[in-house]
Design a protein around this ligand. Structure first.
Ligand code: GLY
Length: 455
């Protein structure tokens, strides 16, 4: 079987490495990602550089390489219609068409659909299109804190919340107006109630009707330890051996899965082609779950958690998805914890930046039981690499029976990589305990210990 990966991030590196185990892998990417290029070559496949958001160029590459199934896994190519172009020429593809992916690239559409299928999980929202509507929306919340969100794709960086990012309602108003001034005409801005709780995601895998639910993931979106600094694409992520995270209950997980099922069913009713992954963000609260957003693809880094746990063959899952015959048995995941840590340039998310050179002994790290997934980096000589662009450089990932073991393994490997920076609190138990207190404000001591160490 010939497969195609479109994209060049850590997420695509993890997918590529699993695809190359069971297929001849070809890659269409924006820079020579060392993980993807190596796996494509080792599987007997090829790679080409180009604009991953150019549907015509991707489709031509797929045709030339006689691809059986393509995997389109990044938000921008999906929004640009890369899957539409592949399907139109008869190339099977995992991932939604642009209409299916609107659930991610148009948050006003997403919220309207959510209101139809799960109003109970919908935070109170005002969509404002001009200065006056912004003023009215802020006034409507009175003294209650708000979150301000652009409705389009932002790579996880546009949302600002009172408390961590905005110190007052005046700040929230000014930020909303600045988004309106910088946004596309008619797009508006979302002003939403701030939810108290802890965030989790579920990366549901679907062929458009059957939905398979992996364990919940937790992502660390902020640049510095203690959730300080600007928002990023994600500095690390984890899963536990159970389907839930330490701060969640089974009821939170079940309610979230049920909402995802309803959203995918509604997209099908609307005639919007959706296959692949519905990476859905939720708040676990004392009062059930609230939806944050839907992403029409695996998360980055969260995809790496699932690829770490996968015991089966990802190309087999892809085959079942495009044949509309997905079975939960094909998505065999080890019941272990997993931890992913992104190592980033010192400039990442802080300033424009320059290329940094760093050394990394891939074989030694893999020998220690960690996977290495390059992202915004290229090879620069023997065990030498150079950061490119403005995104994260390289991720390390490991699975183990406990989170503490997975974390210890990843951290020991991260310590061997000079120059790059990483968050020291990813997977830290006291951090996770703090999240539990947001969801369960007054747990008894025994209950708190059970949340952190579920039996
Ligand atoms: N880690 C956040 C995202 O992939 O959207």
């Amino acid at each position: 079987m010939r497969t195609l990966i479109v994209g060049h991030g850590g997420r695509e590196s993890a997918l590529a490495s699993r695809m190359a185990e069971h297929s001849e892998l070809h890659a269409f990417l924006g820079h020579e990602n060392p993980t993807i290029v190596r796996h494509a070559a080792a599987s007997g496949g090829s790679h080409a550089l180009g604009d991953v958001c150019d549907p015509t160029a991707v489709a031509a590459f797929a045709r030339a390489r006689e691809i059986d199934i393509a995997m389109v896994s990044a938000d921008e190519p999906l929004a640009a219609g890369v899957v539409d172009a592949l399907l139109a020429q008869g190339t099977a593809a995992v991932g939604p068409t642009s209409a299916g992916a609107e659930i991610e690239w148009n948050k006003t559409f997403a919220r309207s659909l959510l209101g139809e299928v799960a109003p109970e999980a919908s935070p109170l929202l005002h969509v404002a299109h001009d200065r006056r509507e912004v003023e009215r929306a802020i006034d409507a919340f009175g003294s209650r804190p708000v979150a301000v969100k652009p409705p389009g794709l932002t790579g996880g960086k546009g949302v600002k919340v009172m408390g961590p990012h905005l110190s007052s309602h005046d700040d929230a108003r000014d930020y909303a107006i600045s988004l309106l001034e910088g946004g596309k005409a008619g797009e508006g801005v979302h002003i939403e109630e701030k939810i108290t709780g802890a965030e989790f995601t579920i990366q549901a895998i679907s062929d458009g009707s059957t939905v398979v639910f992996p364990p919940s993931t937790y992502d660390y979106p902020f640049r510095h330890d203690g959730d300080d600094g600007p928002g990023t694409g994600g500095m690390g992520s984890l899963t536990m051996p159970a389907a839930t995270l330490p701060f969640m209950t089974a009821a939170h997980y079940d309610a979230a899965c049920s909402i995802i099922e309803r959203v995918i069913a509604r997209l099908a009713e609307l005639g919007r082609h959706f296959t692949g992954v519905m990476n859905s963000g939720f708040f676990a609260t004392a009062d059930g779950v609230k939806v944050i957003e839907f992403n029409a693809r695996f998360g980055d880094p969260e995809c790496m958690n699932i690829m770490t746990l996968l015991d089966g063959s990802w190309p087999e899952v892809m085959q079942q998805i495009v044949a509309r015959s997905l079975t939960p048995a094909a998505v065999r995941l080890r019941r272990e914890a997993s931890l992913v840590l992104y190592l980033v340039s010192p400039d990442y998310a802080l300033r424009p930046g320059r290329p940094y050179e760093f050394s990394l002994d891939r074989e030694r790290i893999e020998g220690e039981g960690c996977a290495v997934y390059f992202s915004s980096a290229v090879g620069a000589g023997d065990s030498l690499y150079r950061t490119v662009g403005t995104s994260r450089a390289v991720a390390l990932a490991a699975g183990a029976p406990t989170l503490a073991e997975a974390r210890a393994r990843v951290v020991a490997c991260a310590e061997t990589v000079p120059v790059l920076e990483w968050r020291r609190d990813v997977g830290d138990e006291s951090y996770l305990g703090g999240l539990s207190r947001l969801v369960h404000p007054h747990p008894a001591a025994e209950e708190e210990s059970q949340l952190l160490n579920p039996s």
